[in-house]
Ligand binder design. Structure first.
Ligand SMILES: Cc1cc2nc3c(=O)[nH]c(=O)nc-3n(C[C@H](O)[C@H](O)[C@H](O)COP(=O)(O)OP(=O)(O)OC[C@H]3O[C@@H](n4cnc5c(N)ncnc54)[C@H](O)[C@@H]3O)c2cc1C
Length: 471
């Protein structure tokens, strides 16, 4: 094989990895056929929504049409020492799907079949390229629903959600993607196909390798099939929207809702500047009602009763409260929240952060972020999955700014330090990707850092799977 020295994206300088030149890809093209190989649009296939530019594009995209093609691609890459970047929809915001020159993008989006929905077991068996909202819609036809619903639900894939352990707006009650995954078929770095987990609701046999693969950001294996837990579709949904004088007040109110004994499905807060951006995008006038917005949803037979409790908690704290049992109105208000990130992306380049803190420290964290904005001069917008303490501070710079000014890096570093000081974490749901690796050891400590690299070496001894990401 012809080869050249790969740029080091491992961050661990010492690994020597040989990169195939185009002529050795002919072997793979021959095995898979032209249908699955793309040499155009390499730039788009090498980016995600993080805005990270990388340092060029991948050399090849494999659009896998079967598990066997995934296996063949990994066997080939393993033999030749070629980095492989698994890819779902590229909606990730941590640089996890960013691919560098010399690598292969392994696009799973063609594997998009919902294989079966078993109503009695309340499970779905799906391929990784299924769009998250499509699974939820299909489950609805069986009186069921799929709980994880990231803001990107209409574009992200189940494989990407599993690889990032995506959270979502219903996380306050139903948790994150990990809570809905029962078993996975995974192709390992050398092409072996294994199953982790079981299609049962309970299981204690052996170590929890299923948990290891969920959230591993494509660095330990490629998910090619998943059995997912579904839940009975709620008979009713109630929505409470409240407006506050400040985002700090909204954060305190979210803490009060959690203390009320009601467990809402969604409990989200949005600050005033983000509301203004949403208004500009949607043509609404939400900001006229307050400087911060809180939306809570309850579901099930007691939805209305629980919503009434939330209204009672919020009324003394808010400038305005409204409640609705109408699912259409509820969906409209939730859409406003879902549009928070797209609305900010209209204003400028959004540097998306994703810390999580213990929920009781939410207000403290929001205040700390405002102090950081004032200190560094960064324009920081804030919205949060307040029900689980997951905050998105979004630093916005002008469109077209490719190299972020030093004050942005200072602000982001201070946000990470704040999260760790409050007992929180660097990422609640987006993953470490390419962008937060420098901070990992500071959160997990040197022993766990070393253990993570040892696990990676065990499962991927030639280091081909999404090198330079996640750990
Ligand atoms: C508007 C908007 C709103 C968002 N809201 C949320 C939110 O509320 N919650 C949230 O958690 N995220 C959110 N995100 C981020 C993003 O949508 C999620 O991270 C999502 O899970 C990524 O899915 P994807 O299919 O686009 O994966 P990609 O971006 O293609 O990949 C993400 C990572 O998964 C790996 N990967 C992809 N498929 C596989 C596979 N089959 N096997 C192994 N590894 C794989 C990739 O290598 C990469 O590391 C949002 C993004 C946008 C643009």
């Amino acid at each position: 094989m012809e080869g050249r020295r790969a740029p080091d994206h491992t961050g661990h300088g010492s690994r020597r990895m040989t990169v195939a030149t185009h002529s050795s890809f002919d072997e793979l093209t021959h095995e898979l056929g032209d249908w699955s190989i793309a040499r155009s649009d390499l730039d788009a296939a090498s980016r995600d929504r993080s805005g990270s530019q990388g340092d060029g594009s991948a050399d090849l995209v494999v659009r896998a049409g079967s598990v066997e093609e995934v296996q063949a691609t990994l066997r080939f890459a393993h033999t030749h020492g070629i980095p492989v970047v698994p890819r779902g929809a590229g909606s990730g915001v941590a640089g996890g799907a960013v691919a560098h020159p010399g690598s292969i993008v392994l696009d799973l989006s063609r594997l998009d079949r919902i294989i079966e929905i078993r109503r009695d077991d309340q499970v779905a068996v799906v391929e990784p390229g299924v769009i998250t909202a499509a699974l939820d819609a299909e489950a609805g036809l069986h009186g069921l629903f799929y709980a994880p619903d990231p803001g990107s639900v209409s574009i992200s894939t189940i494989g990407g959600n599993i690889a990032t352990n995506a959270g979502g707006l219903r996380g306050a009650k139903y948790g994150v993607t990990r809570d809905s995954v029962l078993s996975l078929d995974v192709v390992l770095a050398d092409g072996r196909l294994v199953t982790v987990g079981r299609e049962t609701l309970k299981r204690v046999t052996g170590y929890d390798l299923l948990g290891l693969f969920v959230g591993s950001e494509g660095t330990l294996g490629v998910v090619v099939r998943a059995t997912l837990r579904l839940l009975p579709r709620p008979v009713a949904v109630s929505t409470v929207a409240a407006y506050f004088a400040t985002i700090d007040d909204a954060a305190e109110a979210a803490i009060a809702v959690r203390a009320s004994g009601v467990r809402p499905v969604a409990l989200e807060i949005v600050d005033g500047p983000t509301l203004a951006a949403i208004d500009a995008l949607d043509g609404t006038r939400l900001r006229d009602r307050g400087e911060a917005f809180l939306i809570a949803q309850t579901d099930g037979y007691a939805a209305g009763i629980e919503a009434a409790v939330i209204v009672d908690v919020l009324a003394p704290l808010a400038t305005y409260v409204e409640a609705s049992d109408d699912p259409v109105e509820g969906a409209r208000l939730m859409t406003a929240r879902r549009n928070a990130l797209p609305a900010l992306e209209v204003i400028g380049r959004a540097v998306i952060e994703d810390i999580a803190v213990p929920p009781s420290r939410l207000a403290e964290a929001v205040r700390g972020i405002h102090e950081i904005a004032a200190r560094t001069g960064a324009q920081i917008f804030v919205f949060a999955h307040a029900g689980d303490g997951n905050i998105h501070p979004i630093v916005v710079v002008d469109h077209g700014v490719e190299v972020l000014p030093p004050y942005v890096a200072r602000a982001v570093d201070e946000i990470f330090a704040l999260a760790l000081r409050l007992g929180g974490t660097l990422t609640g749901e987006h993953g470490i990707g390419l962008l937060k690796r420098d901070w990992v050891a500071r959160e997990v400590g040197s022993d766990i850092d070393a253990l993570q690299h040892a696990l990676k070496n065990l499962l991927d001894p030639t280091g081909i799977l999404n090198p330079g990401k996640a750990i």
